[in-house]
Design a protein around this ligand. Sequence first.
Ligand code: ATP
Ligand code: MG
Length: 390
Amino acid sequence: MKEIILIKVGEIALKGLNRRNFEDVLIKNIKHRIHDLGKFNISVAQSTIYIEPVSEDIDLDDVCERVSQVFGIVAFSRALVCEKSMDDILAQAGDYLYDDLMGAKTFKVESKRSDKKFPLKSPEISATVGGKLLEQYPHLKVDVKNPEITVTVEVRDFGAYVRCKTLRGQGGIPVGTGGNAAILISGGIDSPVAAYMMAKRGIRLTAIHFASPPYTSERAHLKVEKLLKIVSRYSGSMNMYTVPFTKIQEAIKDKCPEELFTIIMRRLMMQISEIVAKNNDCTALITGESLGQVASQTIHAMACTDTATDMLVFRPLIGMDKEEIIKISRKIGTFETSIEPYEDCCTVFTPKHPRTRPVLKFVVQAEEEAKLSEMIEEAVNNVKLTVINP
Ligand code: ATP
Ligand code: MG
């Protein structure tokens, strides 16, 4: 029996004139995501993308899992491929649907006929297939109003397809149709979720990570790489830039008032990220900040952080509770890695009593006295690139 995957394109169908471009990007992303699983023919017709396995030993479960992670797909299903004849449909459908039909008491058949040359009309196809299935599975009853399962028969241009279960896709918009942005990534719970959420809106990601060896370890860096690897299952491959932050953090510690350490560090992160982001063709920065979560995320502290850069900053978690963030983190598979106990540069030199209402004038004054802006160029020039693949 020959099986394929049928994908209904979701939100992208609403994009009118851009639709072709969106479909092209989506198909490219799907190809990229499944290419190591075998050879496939991928085509599009009538708002449906067809993934047809070409090589023999392809496990469609693996393909389905990958497809479920690609943004731009609302729903998809596995389907049996038949010749465009009732004989072939009737000969194969019953066996193909064995597991589903044995597990149900009621069913109905729905048919769609986009090839109007097919000799039977849709209701006739449904009645004929339904009759045959009742014969084969005498325990079944037809229930057109509230069936446990719905068998769908579609007669299209290139073949007939029989399917039953619809699987949920990731939704969103294909990555690469929404421009580029840089995610400030830590090893925590929040920033990987923020990365996922913006990629879901079609953004292609670049990652920026600040490391302060020897205060932060190689293990901590590997943890961030591992998190990005998980994010890249959804967002696609990305470049990660690691910024050497030790000298700047030491200068902050030596020369600035303790209660301003965190806010000054965050402002420096934003300034450096802006340069790295622009060098990589990004239009915006993304952070995992959530209002009120910690001292550096009060409305006053964030207003102060925000003036450090003119760049557009996306904070997709800003109005979310930790519980809601954790729920997404579990769903996308980053949570277990995020809670591994490694240090982050934000957790070295943390002040005992951080200012929750920093006054910008004094913050800028402290930065100037410490001559921090002179250290930015060196940090930017020494970023290290790691390529992240799923
Ligand atoms: P997270 O769970 O993402 O670490 P958090 O709640 O711990 O967030 P902070 O540590 O204050 O909050 O960091 C706020 C945001 O700053 C993070 O979500 C992330 O976007 C960015 N950030 C923090 N540490 C780093 C780092 N070492 N490198 C790059 N960005 C960072
Ligand atoms: Mg953190």
